[in-house]
Design a protein around this ligand. Structure first.
Ligand code: 5AD
Ligand code: SF4
Length: 449
């Protein structure tokens, strides 16, 4: 690769796997343009913040980061060095020109749909005195243009199969920031998956904001769902494991459930957010299903794959949530039993329907409900992990640990596990006997490679 551009960039990623994936693609585009990565902002000619809008006060945190980066930019300028500051991701998409208005040191605001134009836009930003804001939705063009040899930094590789969402849950910004649901064609995904496998990937994590709504163009123009996509990707040599996230209960087809019974590469793990156990709250959130339907769905998934590890997202303190509603969430968690879960206090996102509801739940009530829910979820996580104590399970090792000779991997149930081994185990699958279980990780001894 020619190094026409001996510049360095600093890239900070916030939020979900989708952003991690996008950051990897941006890094690849920059590498092709001759940029090298630095972890020292003060040395960077280009600073990119790939932002997330999901967490509370996300935008405020971005502005305070930008304030600090501006000071560095000014100091570099005094040394005769230019710095381009770019804001990418969901805050960029949501706030657009607001960002450069509030922080004029920002040169480029770029939405997730324009990443393929990153090098071109940076070049323009370097010569422009005005800031550039690119937050349109041009569709598939992005994926077509981001055609780059995929590098893999881990044996577990992300593959974005779907983006955007048409569900419009009343608390969520995704339909506004990521746009309408869009599925990538099967042939492109198969080609990218083959490239990933050739580059050393052993596991594919199929990503999408509403991944099980996947309906990509298949052979002879036929539409293919997620289950069929998984079956096809499982045929690729070298792909030992497949996972997918994040799913919506309404899109959990019979075919996808059957794939959990039939496709050995499909790992026994399902992240299926329910958000609340109260039908009243589910309706107010526009989740389009009732709690009992979720419980029923889980029963069918467990029938297909009895040992499946279940994960979910919960929101406490959605506007109008009463103590009874909160109790219903606790009851649902007890009825289902989760291997792990994420839980959040509701926080209003500008522009979403729920943000406009006048009566919000007081902060201390939210905090109390969250604490109670998390205590239960943590108890369940510990219980789930302790079930595998003494078992021997196949572990895909992803990286070296901190101790000499230590490796870190994942069980089929996505549990993090530590084991000691000889040589380099990265990318290898080995049978490991579990000797210790904790809430967030396990330890074990390799019994056979
Ligand atoms: N407040 C709190 N949590 C939210 N999430 C999305 N929007 C909000 C919000 N406004 C949570 C949901 C979703 C996860 C990715 O983030 O639980 O499933
Ligand atoms: Fe947001 Fe998920 Fe609801 Fe889509 S399904 S609107 S991404 S919470």
């Amino acid at each position: 690769m020619q190094r026409a551009n001996p510049k360095s960039y600093f890239l900070k990623t916030f939020g979900c796997q989708m952003n991690v994936y996008d950051s990897e693609r941006m890094a690849e585009a920059l590498a092709r343009d001759g940029y090298s990565e630095t972890d020292d902002v003060a040395k960077a000619d280009l600073v990119i913040l790939n932002t997330c809008h999901i967490r509370e006060k996300a935008a405020e945190k971005v502005y305070s980061d930008l304030g600090r980066i501006r000071v560095i930019k000014d100091a570099r300028k005094r040394d005769g060095k230019e710095t381009v500051i770019a804001v990418a991701g969901c805050v960029a998409q949501a706030e657009g020109p607001e960002i450069t208005a509030r922080q004029p040191a920002v040169d480029l605001v770029i939405g997730p749909q324009s990443y393929h134009r990153l090098p071109e836009l940076i070049a323009r930003a370097e010569t422009n005195s005005e800031s550039i804001v690119e937050t349109e939705f041009p569709g598939d063009e992005k994926f077509a243009a981001m055609k780059a040899p995929r590098r893999v930094s881990s044996p577990s590789a992300f593959l974005t199969v779907q983006e955007g969402c048409d569900k419009f849950c009343t608390f969520c910004v995704v339909p506004y920031t990521r746009g309408a649901e869009f599925s990538r064609p099967v042939s492109k995904l198969e080609a990218e998956a083959r490239e990933l496998a050739a580059a050393g990937a052993k596991e594919l994590v199929l990503l999408g904001q509403n991944v099980n709504a996947y309906h990509g163009e298949g052979p002879v123009g036929r539409t293919v769902g997620l289950a069929e996509l998984i079956r096809r990707l499982a045929e690729i040599d070298g792909i030992e494991r497949i996972r997918y996230m994040t799913s919506h209960p309404r899109d959990m087809s019979d075919d996808l459930i059957a794939a959990h019974a039939e496709v050995p590469q499909l790992m026994p793990f399902l992240h299926l957010p329910i958000q609340s156990g109260s039908d009243r709250m589910l309706a107010a959130m526009n989740r389009k299903h009732r709690a009992a339907e979720y419980v029923d769905l889980i029963a069918r998934v467990r029938e297909a794959r009895p040992d499946i590890a279940l994960s979910s997202d919960f929101i406490v303190g959605f506007p109008g949530e009463t103590d009874e509603d909160a109790e219903e969430t606790i009851a649902l968690v007890k009825a289902v039993g989760f291997a792990q879960a994420f839980s959040f206090k509701y926080s209003p996102r500008p522009g979403t329907p729920a943000a406009g509801i006048e009566v919000q739940v007081p902060e201390d009530v939210k905090a109390e409900r969250l604490q109670r829910l998390q205590a239960l979820l943590e108890e369940q996580q510990l219980a789930f992990n302790s079930q595998v104590l003494g078992n021997t399970i196949p572990v895909l090792f992803e990286r070296r640990g901190r101790e000499p000779g230590e490796f870190v991997g994942r069980t089929p149930y996505l549990q993090l596990i530590y084991a000691a081994g000889d040589g380099d185990l990265t990318g290898q699958t080995a049978d490991v006997k579990v000797t210790e279980t904790r809430r967030v990780s396990l330890s074990g001894v390799i019994s056979a490679a």
